[in-house]
Design a binder for this molecule. Structure first.
Ligand code: 5RP
Length: 227
């Protein structure tokens, strides 16, 4: 199967996975990226069985609206029953690197609110140790050089993502060469740098369920740390 076919298979599996959680009042959190786009297309088929969605990016909101799925602001909903999103990497504890599409901050906010976080990936995203994919860090523009210097002190090699502005009006530094043996500690350490808005480590709040598409089908992995 091609990578696109694997992404489509996990997108369909995600709809099957969440279907039983949905009712007329349910709000679904929706992530950003090519895998999530396929999920949105599949979700549209069952739009009559849930209330609406909260989007993690302008692009996702537009795609949801194109399918006539109602889009709510996070400030106007009481709860998000389930959040579905892709990732750039996942380890065995379902800790993730996200933000390849630059939507990491809104994604992390929705993941924090959601009762269940379902992550959908093809098997190329599975790694033993996070960090082969450069870690995206969203930064207030005026702090760019300061944050870059601090990231170098942590052993990283930050690269400015050219011609890209986040939905929040900020810039992204993609950090190469980080040795991410302690994802929770590093997530917190990077967040402590003045000028950092958010970083793409989803370790303190990992996924609850990982759906992995491979040539042998879609495998469901539950977070080993969940009771
Ligand atoms: C966007 C993300 C995406 O989920 C991540 O980049 C994976 O994208 P894709 O499904 O296109 O491979 O974090 O900010």
């Amino acid at each position: 199967m091609t990578q696109d076919e694997l992404k489509r298979a996990v997108a369909e599996a995600a709809v099957s996975h969440i279907k039983g959680m949905l009712n007329n009042d349910t709000i679904v959190g929706v992530g950003t990226g090519s895998t999530t786009n396929l999920f949105i297309d599949a979700l549209a088929r069952i739009k009559h069985i849930f209330d609406g969605a909260v989007a993690s990016s302008v692009a996702t909101a537009e795609r949801l609206k194109a399918h006539n799925i109602p889009v709510y602001e996070l400030t106007s909903v009481d709860k998000i029953t389930v959040y579905v999103d892709g990732a750039d990497e996942s380890n065995a504890n379902l800790q993730l690197i996200k933000g390849g599409g630059g939507a990491l901050t809104r994604e992390k906010i929705i993941a924090a609110v959601a009762e269940q976080f379902v992550c959908i990936v093809d098997d190329s995203k599975l790694v033993d140790i996070l960090g082969q994919f450069p870690l995206p860090v969203e930064v207030i523009p005026m702090a760019r050089s300061h944050v870059a210097r601090e990231l170098v002190k942590l052993g990283g090699a930050p690269e400015y993502r050219h011609d890209f502005v986040t939905d929040n009006g900020n810039i992204i530094l993609d950090v190469y060469n980080l040795d991410i043996q302690q994802p929770i500690a590093l997530e917190s350490r990077i967040n402590d740098i003045v000028g950092v808005v958010c970083n793409g480590l989803f370790a303190a709040r990992p996924a609850d369920v990982l759906l992995v598409g491979s040539d042998t089908g879609v495998q469901q992995i539950n977070n080993p740390r969940n009771p």
